[in-house]
Write a protein that binds this ligand. Structure first.
Ligand code: ADP
Length: 583
């Protein structure tokens, strides 16, 4: 059987007719002989155990009078017996009552009887009311029980749901944990793979840089030598073309390697003192000849509040300025190019300075201004055909400037010119620091006698370096690897060793470490003619195609006291030899 619902319960709530019926039944029990009629508000007619016979007209009239009157209204039943009508406010109904079933038993005629009747009616009403209350009470108890049952059921349901949710949550958390653990493991693996790839990439880069620079070394060196030989005009033109093409190829190789290095996060900036005015002057000087040929003026200007000697990576700053000034020169046919360095403000003990390269050239269309900073992108498709270039320069400058803590920007107007600028903090170099790497002016070069041991495994490079050294007026002896260099030192004295780093058998690092160890041991030193009589340690200059800072650092750590990158640039070789060779 289905459980009772609220609707069922409220259906049972007191029905008006039922209430009237109950009253009549109570009255019947109090006045078993009386005949009764009850007329509800809605004109429903109900009769007691002995229905009173009364014509509808008489009934309506009597009921109407009773509703108006405050007490009993006397009337006559159809059988002639006396009857009384009274309005029962509590039931909103009119009761018409006759004393007995038979007219002869009429006890309602006396006033006392009417009063008795009133009391009886009140009693019936009270009883009826009490029964109603009892019924109500029972109804309420049933409702309360039902509510209690439903409440208990809800609590049980809730608890069951709560347990279910908890189980689900636990299951979900367990799955989540295992999923996270799985993904973490996958990420770790992917990360390790990436690290390995990145390591391989950087090794590859280092090797590529070696592989690419070694032949470039030969091409540039020999074409330079060739240009100096006695050649016909045509031959000289060929040699110069080779030289220039090799130089642009080397620039491109350097750009690509630089970019790869920056992107691999491997590019570290140096922090050494240098002379800013000298650097900017050198950059401007580089463009003097093309400027004169084009009829374009080149100027540079540095705010006097900017310290003369500053700390930083002079090579990279030079690279940025050369790139920007090179572009300015390339895209300017008339007017001028200005390299400007302005004082911006002082912050945290540093001079924040604004570098700008301004030109009066062709300008850049507004919709191309963002694109030109991307790799391999030029302002318009015809640029390469007309002006050459690869679209790498600005991408490199952008990254280098960011590494220096600034942002490269451009303001440009087509047909009027462009200004590339960046703001970077500059720290003043402490007075006591004197750079060991400060480039010396070419006029300080000296050539002279002296013996140099060239340690180099590549035959072409041996030849080229030997020629360059001899042309500087020095004697040269060649060893093909580190072990051979030690043998040479055992039997001969030298003023300087030019030591290639990457060689078979024994590399340049190992050979340098051994030379320094021999120098430090008086007993061992006796076996080496090249080392035993020396007052000062032998000068060893590293010679390597690796141009990374860590390679340079490694050379110094191994005990070298100079560093030259390949391809060997004649001027740089001359400079370092003049610095390191005895006067
Ligand atoms: P490249 O000069 O090798 O093409 P860059 O990255 O240095 O590569 O420059 C990208 C492009 O930006 C150039 O090809 C040119 O279209 C534009 N550009 C750069 N500098 C200037 C300038 N000073 N004036 C006009 N256009 C310029």
């Amino acid at each position: 059987m289905s459980e009772p619902t609220f609707d069922d319960i409220f259906d049972e709530l007191i029905d008006v007719n039922e209430e009237l019926q109950g009253f009549l039944a109570t009255l019947d029990s109090l006045l078993p002989e009386a005949s009764t009629l009850l007329l509800s508000e809605a004109d429903v007619l109900l009769a007691g155990a002995h229905p009173l016979a009364l014509s509808p007209v008489a009934r309506e009239r009597l009921a109407g009078e009773a509703r108006k009157a405050s007490g009993f209204v006397a009337g006559k039943a159809d059988n002639g017996a006396c009857c009384q009508a009274v309005y029962l406010a509590k039931l909103s109904a009119v009761l018409i009552i006759s004393s007995a079933v038979a007219p002869e038993d009429d006890w309602l005629s006396g006033a006392a009887s009417v009063s008795l009747l009133r009391n009886t009616l009140d009693l019936a009403l009270y009883r009826q009311e009490r029964e109603m209350l009892v019924a109500d009470h029972e109804q309420s108890v049933r409702q309360i029980n039902l509510l209690q049952q439903q409440h208990d059921k809800l609590i049980k349901d809730n608890y069951r749901q709560y347990r279910l949710n908890q189980d689900r949550e636990k299951e979900y958390a367990r799955k989540l944990e295992s999923e996270i653990a799985k993904q973490t493991a996958e990420l770790r693996e992917a990360n390790a793979r990436l690290e390995e790839i990145s390591r391989l990439k950087s090794d590859f880069l280092a090797n590529m840089s070696h592989e690419l620079r070694t032949p470039m070394n030969a091409i540039i060196g020999f074409s330079e030598l060739l240009s100096e030989a006695s050649l016909t005009e045509e031959q000289l033109d060929y040699a110069r073309t080779i030289s220039q093409s090799a130089a642009s190829l080397l620039t491109l190789i350097n750009d690509i390697l630089d970019l790869a290095k920056i992107e691999a996060g491997k590019l570290e900036l140096e922090y050494l003192p240098f002379d800013l005015a000298e650097l900017v002057g050198n950059v401007a000087a580089m463009f003097k000849i093309p400027a004169r040929e084009k009829g374009v003026a080149v100027s540079c200007q540095i705010d006097s509040r900017i310290p003369k000697r500053i700390m930083g990576d002079s090579n990279r700053l030079r690279q940025i300025l050369i790139n920007l000034a090179g572009n300015a020169m390339k895209f300017t046919e008339q007017g001028g190019i200005d390299i400007l360095i302005d004082y911006d403000r002082e912050a945290a003990g540093q001079i924040v300075s604004r570098f700008a390269v301004r030109d009066s050239g062709i300008g850049i269309p507004a919709d191309r201004v963002e694109a030109i900073f991307e790799k391999f992108i030029q302002a318009d498709g015809s640029t390469t055909r007309k002006y050459g270039g690869t679209g790498l320069g600005l991408a490199i400058c952008l990254q280098l400037v960011e590494l220096m803590g600034g942002r490269l920007m451009v303001a440009s107007e087509v047909g009027r010119g462009s200004t590339f600028s960046f703001v970077i903090p500059l720290a003043e170099a402490p007075a006591e620091i004197i750079s060991v790497k400060e480039p010396r002016d070419a006029c300080h070069e000296k050539t002279g006698g002296g013996r140099i041991l060239l340690v180099e495994d590549n035959a072409v490079n041996q030849r080229l370096a030997s020629i360059l050294i001899t042309r500087q007026g020095y004697e040269v002896e060649v060893a093909s690897d580190g072990a051979e260099s030690l043998e040479h030192l055992r039997n001969q004295a030298f003023d300087l060793v030019l030591m290639d780093v990457q060689m078979p058998n024994m590399d340049g690092m190992e050979a340098t470490r051994r030379i320094r160890a021999i120098e430090a041991d008086p007993a061992l030193r006796q076996d080496y003619v090249g080392l035993r009589a020396r007052q000062q340690p032998l000068a060893i200059v590293g010679l390597t195609a690796h141009a990374r800072k860590e390679d340079e650092d490694a050379c110094y750590e191994a005990g070298m006291n100079g560093f030259l990158t390949k391809p060997i640039v004649k001027a740089k070789l001359a400079l370092i030899l003049s610095e390191r060779m005895p006067a």
